[in-house]
Unconditional design. Structure first.
Lengths: 333, 366
């Protein structure tokens, strides 16, 4: 049963348009190591929030004329040679770092730098600007990076439970006073008070809201975020919390199989409906199993549910607008 | 196709409802479980969808929980401050009753009346929201039913009238239910209660073939920011800045009792009381919005055996652990030494990690 069957409002639709950033993560294992080339442009911009407020952000963008927050996610294979060219179009110094794998050092304003490294240690990472920590990362200079184990196309690490699809969930929060200060080259001096809460750069838009259903705007349908699958389409979620607020990541309809915490494999896999993810670079990997919702009666195979943060202050935008915060949807298809 | 156009609608819905329950039009609550969460008599609400459709696939249940709404409850804190609370009432149920929570007078409970049933039972939760109570839902948190039984307002519907949620819990454990309409505010106002699912063995066993216990206590840990407790039920939904991104708690509560001092001590079933050698089960529900850290004296020999309604592959001995909004932990304690042991829960700030306050109860081992 679709939720729309219950809604009593008009059905004027929003036209779907080009997708924001990367779409669904596709991955094909290779027998041979490859050379992966990617160019990121450090750019800035002022996206407009639901309130009409514009917020200054910077990102590792896919072109010199766009702003991608987070940057496009990358999936490579263990042993691949990865070459990243970073073009800093801004006047401020930045860097490109994957902790434990590569550090570009300072890339001054207007400079271009290329780094090459070998992908190793299968798992989930963020690439980010580590200068002026945590501000440059927080203001948008981050993106997901995954290393798949060699010859294990459906595992997070060798021997892990298997999955058939994968997603990044990159959580962030935005304090516009802080982003203004960072834009001006200052160190924020006010208590951090986030007013917007995003998943892969977007907040939710409940039915009836402007741009509800637009995958470029609405985190509930953003294909980078919304889980879609039929029964058995187990989805690996690589979660990072860039924002400074701790969050409770709560899924409906299935429990998550909780595999890693802050980059470390857990001693036991727990089944959780809420997972604690720390602010300022907390992380977990978990599998959403897409099993028949076990407490449904009669059992259902198709249904739509939310994933949202249960730290409820994150569910709003600008102090109101419930459900315009940290939320996406889970589609049993 | 990546985007199903029919799943979302572009038309903005603005909904208003004029209260008609008092002749004066002054909606200040009052007796008889009357309305609360008032907004000057008329509430503007956005992106809520009042409805009460028929329940798909409805069958005769094994157990029924009938729930109504109160919005004019109040709790008196130890310092004398009176804070408005909202919650669910039990309007007649045939499930097992659980004595839990602070009785605020007039029969209203905070937390709301618990639901207790046995795994495998077909359950009905029938929510009736009368006209002067605006709209609400019940989400059975951690229970995983069909979406029409999941009770998520705004993206399905918000109950206006009577709606029956049908569900069948397959796994014994500790869960909770809460309103999922304008959730930051409604849950802060107290609109939640425990769900306890017993295994076939019945109370005394945590889950099928799992650990047994001689006594149980309920640690439903919540924080209250009293400045939120004067808001309109629909605050913020139309985009007004209702301050719902900032929760600065000034009261710290265990299972409905002000727990900053001693009120939640020696106050079963919040506190525990067992003999040395017996087994105590604490059902811990992180019901607030902020992170928590629970401190357990080593003498309690505490072990976490279950979380979020699922047995752990290997129980974990603990003298302290963190929890965050919505999590549950089931803690088995087997103390062998008599004593009066204080259990402290720090409520921490989600950004700074600073401790806002500490809730306290105790376990007395005789």
């Amino acid at each position: 049963m679709k939720r729309r069957d219950f809604l009593k409002i008009g059905s004027a639709g929003v036209a779907g348009s080009a997708l924001a950033g990367a779409g669904l993560i596709s991955w094909t294992p290779r027998a041979e190591a490859a050379t992966i080339n990617k160019t990121f442009y450090i750019t800035d911009g002022t996206p407009t929030m639901i309130t009409g407020e514009t917020v200054y952000l910077r990102g590792f963008s896919s072109s010199a004329s766009s702003l991608n927050v987070p940057g496009e996610s990358m999936v490579v294979q263990e042993g691949d040679t990865v070459t990243i060219k970073i073009v800093n179009t801004l006047s401020t110094p930045h860097s490109f770092v994957i902790d434990g794998m590569v550090d570009s050092g300072t890339i001054n304003g207007g400079q271009t730098k290329t780094v090459t490294f070998t992908a190793q240690n299968p798992g989930s990472y963020v690439y980010h600007d580590k200068l002026n920590a945590p501000y440059n990362t927080l203001i948008g200079l981050h993106g997901g990076f995954a290393v798949m184990p060699y010859n294990k196309p459906n595992q997070l690490y060798s021997g892990s439970p298997t999955f058939v699809q994968q997603y990044f969930w990159i959580f962030n929060d935005i304090d516009p006073i802080w982003t203004k200060a960072i834009q001006a080259g200052n160190t924020p001096s006010t208590p951090y008070t986030p007013r917007y809460f995003t998943l892969n750069g977007l907040g939710g838009r409940p039915p009836g809201a402007p741009d509800s259903g637009n995958p470029n705007v609405d985190a509930m349908v953003d294909p980078r975020s919304a889980l879609r699958g039929s029964i058995g389409d187990r989805a690996l979620v690589r979660a990072f919390n860039i924002g400074l607020a701790d969050q409770s990541v709560h899924v409906h309809a299935n429990h998550l199989e909780w595999l890693t915490e802050n980059g470390q494999q857990r001693a036991d896999i727990w089944n959780k409906d809420c997972i604690y993810i720390e602010g300022n670079m907390g992380a977990f990997d978990a599998i959403y199993p897409f099993e028949v919702p076990p407490d449904s009666y009669p059992p259902v195979q198709t249904s739509i549910y939310p994933m949202h943060c249960h730290t409820e202050m994150s569910q709003v935008a600008d102090g109101g607008y419930y459900m315009f915060g940290c939320i996406t949807d889970i589609y049993f298809e | 196709m990546l985007f199903d156009i029919n799943e979302k609608f572009a038309a903005k819905l603005s909904w208003s409802k004029t209260s008609s329950t008092t002749s004066s039009g002054s909606m200040t609550g009052g007796g008889g479980g009357g309305g609360g969460g008032m907004c000057g008599g008329v509430a503007q609400a956005c992106y809520v969808y009042p409805d009460a459709p028929a329940t798909p696939g409805i069958v005769t249940p094994d157990v029924t929980f009938n729930r109504g709404i109160y919005m004019n409850g109040s709790i008196t804190m130890d310092d004398g401050k009176v804070i408005t609370m909202w919650g669910f009432t039990d309007t007649g149920s045939n499930g097992t009753q659980v004595n839990m929570g602070g009785n605020m007078g007039g029969g209203d409970l905070y937390p709301s009346p618990a639901m207790r049933l046995t795994q495998g039972q077909i359950a009905h939760t029938t929510l009736t929201v009368s006209g002067n109570m605006w709209v609400h839902t019940i989400h059975h948190h951690g229970i995983e039913p069909a979406d029409h039984a999941d009770g998520v307002g705004h993206i399905t519907w918000d109950v206006d009238g009577t709606y029956t949620y049908q569900w069948r819990p397959h796994q014994a454990g500790t869960y909770f239910y809460h309103c999922h309409t304008n959730t930051p505010l409604h849950t802060e106002m107290g609109m939640f209660g425990a769900i306890i699912v017993d295994p076939p063995e019945g109370p005394g066993t945590l889950f099928h073939n799992g650990p047994t216990y001689d006594a149980e206590c309920f640690w439903v840990v919540d924080e209250i920011d009293s400045s939120w407790h004067t808001k309109c039920w629909s605050a913020g939904t139309c985009g007004d800045d209702a301050g719902l991104n900032i929760l600065q708690p000034d009261y710290f509560v265990i299972t409905g009792v002000d727990a900053s001092g001693t009120s939640a001590k020696n106050n079963p079933p919040i506190s525990g009381s067992i003999k040395a050698g017996q087994t105590l089960l604490a059902r811990y529900i992180s019901a607030g919005h902020q992170p928590q850290f629970i401190h357990l004296p080593a003498e309690l020999n505490a072990t976490v055996v279950m979380s979020d309604g699922r047995p752990l592959p290997n129980p974990v001995g603990t003298t302290g652990f963190r929890a965050i909004a919505g999590e549950r932990y089931d803690i088995i304690m087997k103390p062998t030494v008599t004593g009066d042991y204080e259990v402290r829960i720090d409520i921490k700030d989600w950004i700074t990690g600073n401790v806002w306050g500490t809730a306290k109860t105790n376990v007395v081992v005789s």
